[in-house]
Structures are given as structure tokens and as C-alpha cells.
Ligand binder design. Structure first.
Ligand code: ADP
Length: 266
């Protein structure tokens, strides 16, 4: 059955979607959705046709981060129509299906996996240059099904988001091993919340222990690309809260590393 599903999904998106990018993190709260949302916004601003699929079933934050928290999806003959943030940026999330934003989703793995399958199979994206998939944190049943379902559709690879702490890096090692076992290429690791730069004196203060260098070292040890650091940046937080692109604020310190992420998927 899993193979049949994968074949059906592959036939649906293999040719209509040129690049498929998975965004992963070992832990929650490290900025995975922020990176997914900003990546999608930046690619769309570059004129690409972009889809952003939020399969973080228990914590769907993409609708809020793209400024469309109260939209609803519609069913048509060709499947679910995604919500269009821009003419060339379409979004799909379970957040659009909840009666209220405060509703909790308490589902077992099989039901979550079923919904992810439906999202991959039934959303009518049209032709896309990029499909960015914001996944749940960790390496759970949902991830195994997700890569099983996507593998036949020739996924480009995964961007992994971490914070500098060893507790987060430990989980990233698991994430990299998961990618290896599932034949998913690691496009690179981005280190988010890496220090806070004072807006007044430009000094960078490390917030987390160990201070810096851990993610780079881990990438070298595990032979995967290190994409750079995004500091804790009020402009990033503001952009996420307002559903805007941080790239509209070129002075933002987070933009430099986010550009490297964009380059890694192009
Ligand atoms: P995850 O998807 O990993 O659970 P989120 O992307 O939801 O994490 O980020 C958690 C919170 O941290 C959000 O409120 C987001 O705006 C904020 N955040 C993430 N990265 C940064 C950053 N570099 N600077 C400032 N705030 C950030």
C-alpha cells in the first residue's frame, strides 16, 4: 500500500513540481517554520512559482507567518485549492482546516500520516518551481512516511535547522543519519539563534552554551554543508509575526544567512 501511495504521489508532483525541498529540525522552537516561510517568500520575490506545505500537524504556524491566519481551503474537482498569499506563492496547512486557532490536535501517528498523504496527493498546486515542505520536529513516524511518499518524486534534499546548543546538535546528528538512511540528500545545516547582536554597539553576545563553532564542527565531522548562522534578530521575529519577508529589511542581520539557504536550494 505504501508503495502504491508513493507511486500515486510521485505521478502527481514529479513533473509539475521542479524542486522539492524538505525543512527539518531535531527539536521544536529552533526556527524551522521561520526558515521555511522566509525561504518561500524569498523564492517568490525572485519571481519563482512557489508552494509551501505545512505538515507540522500539531503546531501549524505557517498560516500566521505568512499573514493568512484565518483563510479556508476549498475543495474543487481537481483537489484542495491552496491559499494564495501572492499570485506566485501558494500555501497549504492544517491550520486552515481548524475551526479555531486555539484548537489542539491530539491525533495518533496513523491519522497524522493519513493527512500528510492527502496533502501530498490531493492539493492542486499547478506548475511549481519550488515546493517547500515544513515538517514536524524530530524523526517520527510522520517523517518516515513523508520521505517514503516523496522519494519516488525525486526530492532535491533537506535543509536542517538547529540552534547552537549541544542538546539541539545531538538531535541534528540523528536527523542527518535519518536522511542518510532514507536516501535524502542534506542540502545543508543552518544555525539559527546564534548570538544576539546589540543594535546599539554591534557587539555579538552568545546566548546559548556552547557559544559558537559547534554546528560548524558537527557539519565537518558528518560531512554535510554548513550554511551559516542566523543571529537572534528582532527583524526576523517582527517579519514572522507580521507575515512579511525579512528580505524587505536588507539591514536585518538574519538576511545574510537566509540568502545562503536560498542559494543552497537553487
Ligand atoms: P519551529 O518551527 O522550529 O518550532 P519557529 O520558526 O516557530 O520554530 O520559531 C519559534 C519562534 O522564534 C518564532 O516566534 C519565531 O519568530 C522566533 N524566531 C525564530 N528565529 C528567530 C531569529 N533568528 N530571530 C528572532 N526570532 C526568531
Amino acid at each position: 500500500q505504501a508503495e502504491q501511495d508513493a507511486a500515486m504521489i510521485a505521478s502527481r508532483i514529479r513533473h509539475s513540481v521542479r524542486h522539492k525541498i524538505l525543512v527539518l529540525s531535531g527539536k521544536g522552537g529552533v526556527g524551522k517554520s521561520t526558515v521555511s516561510a522566509q525561504l518561500a517568500l524569498c523564492l517568490a520575490a525572485m519571481g519563482k512559482q512557489v508552494g509551501l506545505l505545512d505538515v507540522d500537524v500539531c503546531g501549524p504556524s505557517i498560516p500566521h507567518m505568512l499573514g493568512v491566519p484565518a483563510e479556508e481551503v476549498r475543495m474543487s474537482n481537481s483537489g484542495w485549492s491552496p491559499v494564495y498569499v501572492e499570485e506566485n506563492l501558494a500555501v497549504m496547512s492544517i491550520g486552515f482546516m481548524l475551526p479555531s486557532r486555539d484548537n489542539a490536535i491530539i491525533w495518533r501517528g496513523a491519522r497524522k500520516t493519513g493527512l500528510i498523504k492527502q496533502f501530498l496527493r490531493d492539493v492542486h498546486w499547478g506548475e511549481l518551481d519550488y515546493l517547500v515542505i515544513d515538517s514536524p520536529p524530530g524523526t517520527s513516524d510522520e517523517h518516515i512516511s513523508l520521505v517514503q511518499m516523496l522519494n519516488q518524486s525525486h526530492i532535491d534534499g533537506a535543509i536542517i535547522v538547529t540552534t547552537p546548543q549541544e542538546v539541539s546538535l545531538l538531535d541534528v546528528r540523528k536527523e542527518i543519519n535519518f536522511c542518510r538512511k532514507s536516501d535524502t540528500r542534506v542540502l545543508g545545516v543552518v544555525e539559527n539563534m546564534a548570538g544576539f547582536v546589540c543594535q546599539h554597539c554591534d557587539n555579538c553576545t552568545d546566548i546559548f552554551f556552547p557559544s559558537s563553532g559547534g554546528a560548524l564542527q558537527m557539519c565537518q565531522q558528518m560531512n554535510v554543508p554548513y550554511l551559516g548562522k542566523i543571529p537572534l534578530d528582532p527583524a526576523v521575529s517582527k517579519a514572522s509575526e507580521l507575515g512579511k519577508s525579512v528580505f524587505e529589511q536588507p539591514k536585518s542581520l538574519g538576511v545574510k544567512a537566509l540568502r545562503v539557504v536560498v542559494e543552497a536550494v537553487r
